[in-house]
Design a protein around this ligand. Structure first.
Ligand SMILES: [Zn+2]
Length: 302
């Protein structure tokens, strides 16, 4: 794979009308796929829980269709095993398919062999359901952290074309210090480089914080989220939206957890759909693969 200058924020070419194309992505898992929450940790119980994943993913598909936007859907292998027709519907709607692992375990909690095993099981399950290639990976809870760079070698060996797992500042369950723009990640044990689409940050007072997905998007008001996209797009940098079916589900069962974690998990659930509509109305979006192919036209990505 050709080397690049991974530390330099290089602009992605704008569209003919000058707009930056931002990345739209969804991690397709259920309300009980929460890392480090004791009440839902027993995988044997997952099948007995009521599910929100199908109807909330359908809602996401409808919103995308309304705005004529394509996205990347990072399926959990466990979900693809149970709802193969859901994977198929996403592919038929023209979206890109990625893997979010099979069991939703943090990468930094696994050894390399276990990670490779989980990854290949997820890719096979999702591809069998999709009838289409899995192109990329998103780690549960952005859990590729310093010390787990071997994960990139595993992703490349599995044939994936890029990664979208890094969160450029430390957070509760992950984080990896890296450029805040699409770049080539080359700190791998093998020395090979992989295209990386990191999550977006904005400046808030003295801090750099997420704003474009999950709890950040649910918590922040729409005008502040727009400000974050404006700041990135002005510099030619694509922003990355990442959401889950449960982000759209005010009816999601509430799991027992610490008060601070409960706030992050359940704040603003009824605001997500309107915020996504506003983003898709104001900014240009496409799948992560489309954004990465525009940034790295010489690499085989899309
Ligand atoms: Zn997840």
């Amino acid at each position: 794979m050709p080397q690049d200058s991974p530390q330099l924020p290089i602009e992605t070419p704008p569209t003919s009308d000058g707009a930056v194309v931002n990345a739209l992505s969804f991690d397709i898992e259920d309300w009980f796929h929460l890392v480090e929450i004791e009440a839902v940790a027993d995988t044997n119980r997952w099948s007995s829980f009521p599910s929100i994943v199908e109807h909330r993913t359908e809602e996401i598909l409808e919103i995308c269709a309304e705005h004529n936007a394509t996205a990347t859907f990072y399926f959990l292998g466990w979900i693809a095993d149970r709802y193969p027709e859901l994977v198929r519907r996403v592919v038929e709607a023209g979206h890109e398919i990625g893997t979010h692992s099979y069991w939703h375990r943090k990468v930094c909690d696994l050894d390399e062999a276990t990670f490779r095993e989980d990854l290949s099981r997820s890719i096979k399950t999702i591809q069998d359901a999709a009838g289409a290639d899995v192109t990329s990976f998103r780690a549960p809870s952005f859990s590729i952290t310093p010390g787990t760079e071997w994960a990139f070698d595993a992703l490349m060996d599995a044939g994936l074309r890029y990664d979208a797992s890094l969160f450029p500042v430390a957070r509760e369950n992950g984080g990896y210090p890296c450029p805040e723009v699409p770049h080539l990640f080359s700190s791998t044990p093998s020395g090979r480089a992989m295209p990386e689409l990191p999550m977006s940050l904005m400046r808030l007072g003295p801090k750099r914080v997420g704003f474009s997905g999950g709890g950040y998007l649910r918590l922040f008001p729409t005008w502040l989220i727009h400000r974050g996209f404006d700041a990135l797009n002005r510099r030619g940098i694509p922003g990355v939206v990442y959401l889950h079916p449960r982000d759209f589900a005010p009816d999601s069962p509430v799991v027992e957890m610490s008060r601070s974690r409960r706030f992050k998990c359940y704040v603003g659930l009824s605001s997500t759909a309107a915020k996504l509509h506003s983003l898709l109305s104001k900014y240009r979006f496409a799948s992560c693969g489309t954004v990465m192919a525009r940034r790295f036209p010489d690499l085989e990505i899309a």
